[in-house]
Design a protein around this ligand. Structure first.
Ligand SMILES: *Cc1c(COP(=O)(O)O)cnc(C)c1O
Length: 483
């Protein structure tokens, strides 16, 4: 005892293993019950922020409260206070119903709590992640020896691509930053690409104007001729193009940029080619769908999010590159307080954006190990089939398709409204999407594609069935009549 502190036993936060097991059992019961309850309720409950704040005001954290009360409060807040992305009729923004293997992975990763910054601190967790990354790199056809890391999400993976591309293109960038470049460094992505690029360019010190958005063709794929014209003009003006981003599965339309042509162009023009396949990259797990990514094997780097079409709980991005050396050159740093790397291994903190890092890869490893690649392949193929069914049902009801993709994103417009004033069409489709969401039976969004407005529906949940497709089609009709 010093100063009345009992140091002979574990500290005040300690809970014995019997109580810990009971606590986690209670949490699992509530989490599984949540999934039983969600499909029976609205996808989007009405938001009542004042009520939430009033409820939270009761927590001043001065005294401990019993598990039953706290859990009941939290589960109720979650049930009534969020868009239920795990609902079978969430036709949304790639946010999946998580696999239970993935949820179990989150629990075990949190409990073991390895520190993945340094290899010698967590050699088995780092090897587990490496194994999953290698598996994905193989499915994508990237060369043996490809390296990478798990990231929080696609944005961080894409940011990694920009840093690696700059470092590879201009070795002086590492020490001097963009001052090492005489002209303006520019990157090229399609007008339909994920606009995190703008933020990334800002953060990287390139400035938002460094993102050159290339017009798209009628199928919302990057227009390669226009890209050539832009590159020529920018070079003539003294700018320095360095990075070409191909999107394999755009957020709005699910468009796949023409990878083989972009690979050729990138080679000819000495550009680094990054493939942003955050959502679409998962099709690499299906032999039938893998050809949609033809060309990706020649990429300088690739982004894939397991928390999208691999149904991992958020977040689980992945960055892969054949240029392990450029990855190290980009993030290398040594400090006296970190353990030395073991021979032949890459320390995650010295080869990625993050320093302390959680064991993100375990949930993906467990899902693949516990369910097998073929289950993922069949799920992806089934989602594609459900997307085709959805397109058919909406066409039967007189909606006109405004996107073209083999992936399960269906964008449709009301033909009469579509032919009219673009501003009116935009507000009309937004009002229909709002009304569908307000009614709570499904979640959809409105979208603008090359100046045309419509409704966007994406099959994202493994719980979605034919019945849900019919139901959402009915909802669109009901709300079309109201608007
Ligand atoms: C989702 C997505 C991103 C952003 O990824 P986050 O995981 O949300 O950070 C980037 N690009 C594409 C194509 C995406 O679908």
């Amino acid at each position: 005892m010093i100063g009345g502190v009992n140091m002979s036993k574990p500290g005040p936060l300690h809970v014995d293993s019997g109580h810990a097991a009971a606590l986690l059992a209670q949490a699992s019961t509530l989490a599984t019950q949540h999934h039983v309850d969600v499909p029976g309720g609205p996808v989007t409950p009405p938001a009542d922020v004042a009520a939430i704040r009033a409820r939270l005001a009761a927590y001043d954290f001065e005294t401990a409260r019993c598990a039953d009360d706290v859990f009941a409060d939290v589960m109720d807040l979650l049930r009534s206070g969020m868009v239920h992305t795990s609902h079978p009729r969430y036709f949304g923004l790639f946010n999946p119903a998580p696999t239970w293997w993935g949820v179990a992975g989150e629990l075990i990763a949190a409990a073991a709590n390895p520190q993945l910054a340094a290899y010698p601190h967590a050699w088995a967790p780092v090897e587990i992640e490496r194994h999953v990354l290698r598996f994905l790199a193989d499915r994508l056809g990237l060369p043996a020896g490809s390296a990478g890391s798990f990231t929080v999400g696609g944005s961080e993976a894409n940011q990694t691509a920009v840093i690696v591309a700059l470092t590879k293109h201009w070795p002086d960038y590492a020490q001097q930053g963009v001052r090492a470049v005489r002209g303006r460094p520019l990157l090229y992505a399609s007008a339909e690409s994920h606009l995190a690029w703008v933020k990334i360019a800002h953060v990287a010190g390139l400035g938002r104007q460094a993102v050159r958005l290339v017009p798209v063709d009628a199928a919302h794929r990057m227009d390669v001729d226009q890209l050539r014209t832009m590159l020529d003009a920018d070079r003539a003006a003294g700018d320095e193009p360095f990075l070409l981003v191909a999107t394999a599965g755009t957020t709005g339309a699910g468009a796949l940029d023409p990878l083989p042509e972009l690979v050729t162009l990138a080679r000819e023009s000495g550009l680094y080619l990054h493939v942003d396949a955050a959502w679409g990259g998962s099709v690499a797990l299906s032999d039938r769908l893998r050809p949609l990514l033809a060309g990706v094997e020649a990429a300088d780097s690739v982004t894939v999010d397991a928390h999208k079409w691999m149904s991992a709980p958020m977040g689980a991005g992945m960055f892969l590159t054949p240029h392990a050396d450029a990855l190290s050159a980009s993030f290398d740093v040594r400090t006296s307080f970190m353990p030395d790397a073991a021979d032949g291994t890459l320390d995650p903190y010295a080869s990625s954006v993050q320093w302390s890092r959680r064991f993100t890869g375990l949930k993906v490893f467990l899902s693949l190990a516990g369910q097998g690649r073929l289950a993922f392949a069949r799920q992806l193929e089934r989602d594609v089939a459900l997307g085709e069914l959805l397109a058919l049902r909406l066409a039967e009801r007189g909606w006109v398709r405004i996107n073209a993709t083999p992936l399960p994103v269906v964008c449709v417009a009301e033909p009469d409204v579509d032919r009219g004033d673009p501003g009116l069409s935009r507000s009309w489709h937004a009002a229909v999407a709002d009304e569908v969401v307000r009614r709570g039976r499904a979640w959809i969004s409105s979208v603008q594609l090359a100046g045309r407005s419509g409704l966007r529906l994406c099959v994202t949940s493994y719980l979605t069935t034919e019945r849900d497709i019919d139901l959402v089609a009915g909802e669109l009709d009901a709300c079309r009549a109201l608007s």
